[in-house]
Design a protein around this ligand. Structure first.
Ligand code: SAM
Length: 309
């Protein structure tokens, strides 16, 4: 990743108390901290600023959905010895809430970036560092419930079926798989927002990522063959004038993503840093004025008891 970016600057601030084993877990570009896996497309940083954004985004999503999960797993999560996995767990916002709501379940958070706290965490939570694209480091039929949210900017277009196979492999028969994805290009846009969206789309195409993934999840689940009771739910994060504080928080989140992608977008948009920042303020206003929204899909399914090979 980041072939175009040759200048690296390393922050001298100490690493936070996380499960990072070594400094080589990270790379630093333009004062921001990133994962250090050359082959990985994921473009967002993993520093404190981004972790704060992920927390904000989590609260936004919980409000939009009015829940933390959609699959019918409440009774499973209340049983002793249940095992749940959060793939690409990020800052751990979802997992910490779930671990507190369901103390009988043992939660595992997996992420390429070892940025999650190791000491101050509930005892029913553990984190591991792994690259989902290399396969999951678990035996077949390990988890009762698997959750994965917003991995669209990491999984290459053609790898989605393999990823869903892998998630299904480590799911117990009778267990549930749940994926939540966003179409990161909003709808109902003003002129500056359209220009930005074209640049963002190009960035993702160059990285071989699939921006239409929310609409393909259901059919990938169906093609997998060992998933049943497949359910798709639709939702939106809305930004229009009627949306009050929620809309403002959504716009703040969307603009933070834009800022965090700035390194990559500057060249594509042929703007100076100052022009980019001014343009971002225009976009924030447009999202409100044009009643823009981001489209969401949540798809969940049960793994068949009798597996077809
Ligand atoms: C947009 S964040 C979403 C975080 C979390 N799921 C949430 O909804 O708050 C994507 C996360 O996936 C992680 N990630 C990206 N590619 C990955 C990979 N190949 N294997 C494991 N984790 C990955 C990133 O480090 C990041 O924490």
């Amino acid at each position: 990743m980041g072939n175009k970016i040759s200048k690296t600057s390393k922050k001298s601030t100490p690493l936070p108390s996380t499960n990072a084993q070594e400094d080589s877990d990270f790379r630093y570009i333009g004062g921001r901290r990133y994962h250090n896996v050359e082959s990985l497309k994921y473009p967002l940083p993993n520093d404190d600023e981004e972790l704060d954004r992920l927390h904000l985004q989590h609260f936004l999503l919980r409000y939009v959905w009015q829940r933390n999960f959609g699959a019918p797993v409440k009774h499973i999560l209340n049983q002793d010895g249940t095992k749940a996995l959060d793939v690409g767990c990020g800052a751990g916002s979802w997992i910490f809430e779930m671990a507190s709501d369901y103390p009988n379940t043992q939660f595992t958070g997996l992420d390429i970036s070892p940025i999650q706290p190791t000491e101050i965490k509930p005892k029913n939570v553990n984190f591991i560092k792994a690259n989902l694209l290399n396969g999951l480091p678990f035996e077949n039929d390990t988890f009762d419930y698997i959750f994965q949210r917003f991995l669209f900017s990491s999984i290459p277009k053609d790898s989605w079926p393999d990823v869903i196979n892998e998630l299904t492999r480590v799911l117990k028969p009778g267990g549930y798989l749940e994926l939540v994805e966003i179409n990161h290009i909003p709808f109902q846009l003003g002129p500056a927002s359209i220009q930005l969206s074209i640049a963002v789309e190009k960035l993702h195409q160059l990285r071989d990522l699939d921006t239409q993934i929310p609409y393909k999840l259901r059919s990938y689940f169906e093609q997998q063959g060992n998933l049943e009771n497949i359910t798709e739910e639709k939702n939106r994060i809305t930004y229009g004038p009627e949306t009050g504080k929620l809309g403002q928080a959504g716009i703040e989140n969307a603009m933070l993503v834009v800022s965090h992608l700035k390194t990559y977008l500057l060249e594509e948009m042929k703007m100076t840093s100052e022009e980019f920042d001014n343009n971002r303020d225009v976009i924030a206003k447009e999202l409100r004025e044009f009643d823009s929204y981001h489209d969401l899909r949540c798809v969940y399914a049960r793994k068949k008891e009798i597996i077809e090979h």
